[in-house]
Design a binder for this molecule. Sequence first.
Ligand code: P6P
Length: 340
Amino acid sequence: MRSKVVTIDRHIIDQERNHPGASGRFSALLYDIALAAKIISREVNMAGLIDVLGRTGERNVHGEQVQKLDAFAQEVIVKAMDHAGHLCCMVSEECDEIIAIPERFELGNYVLLFDPLDGSSNINVNVSIGTIFSIHQRVTPAGTPGTTSDCLQPGSRQLAAGYVIYGSSTMLVYTTGVEGGVHGFTLDPSIGEFLLSNPHIRIPDPPARVYSVNEAYYSRWSEPQRRLTDHFRSGRDEGGGHDPEGYKSRYIGSLVSDAHRTLLQGGLFMYPAETRAPAGKLRVLYEAAPLALVFEAAGGRASDGRRDITSIVPTGLHDRTPLFLGSASLVNVAESYLQS
Ligand code: P6P
């Protein structure tokens, strides 16, 4: 038995004590995200039992077929977050435009940006999937509906970010930035509580020697990207050196799963640009930037191959970016090849 049992609610209150300026609203926002995660977890874990598998037939803004659980997760998060008076608007992968707060509810000072259920194409084969979230302070006057300018902010200005992974267990990992550290909570479904299971997560460096990329796209990558991957495949570097230990390859194809493994073990996750996705596939606001805040707070790095992900100021709600995420030493190696 752990020396003490800390729920996510207790942890958030304790964290708030460390930041006297933090208003209770911000903590309440995190409680509500944890509530939404519990509800989604219940449905995801029952997916094989009731008819929520398969496709609704609709397509989201990116032309991808929407799985029923996608739609459910989207609905749960919006309904859990829209009425408590914390938010001035929301952004979701599933919605082309910003999600306004209904007029009957009080407007708040925060913006929630989220991918309700990333990796949903893996639902039917029971591969872990996840929710990714990002919280910003609004930049437009209080009391008015949020606008895109409240949303199009660099990741460095996030107040908090994190993800929920629905796997063999449901875990919520969040950070309020480098000072606050990164903390993981595991859901105990028997009591419906997220319990602190991974306090102060730090990404291992030296890292596990693992690189993670979909090598099927090798022929569609830039020459530097191919040379970088060849380096990991062979253990040879361009100075003629040879690392006999070499690397292992691990690729799940579910961003939250690949990111979570990389955070806990170290290594390098890559989703590079390729000819069919010249700006990369993953989105800045609700995938790359929140994960970047988590990894930076855990001592890792996140880059688009040239600059920190958290320095990118997006011009559109659904802007995409290449993503190199992991142990700082390996992200640095990636940048050295890609800038050559
Ligand atoms: P690919 C899942 O569809 C997703 O958006 C991420 O979760 C994942 O990292 C990526 O796409 C996988 O893409 O092209 O390797 O199938």
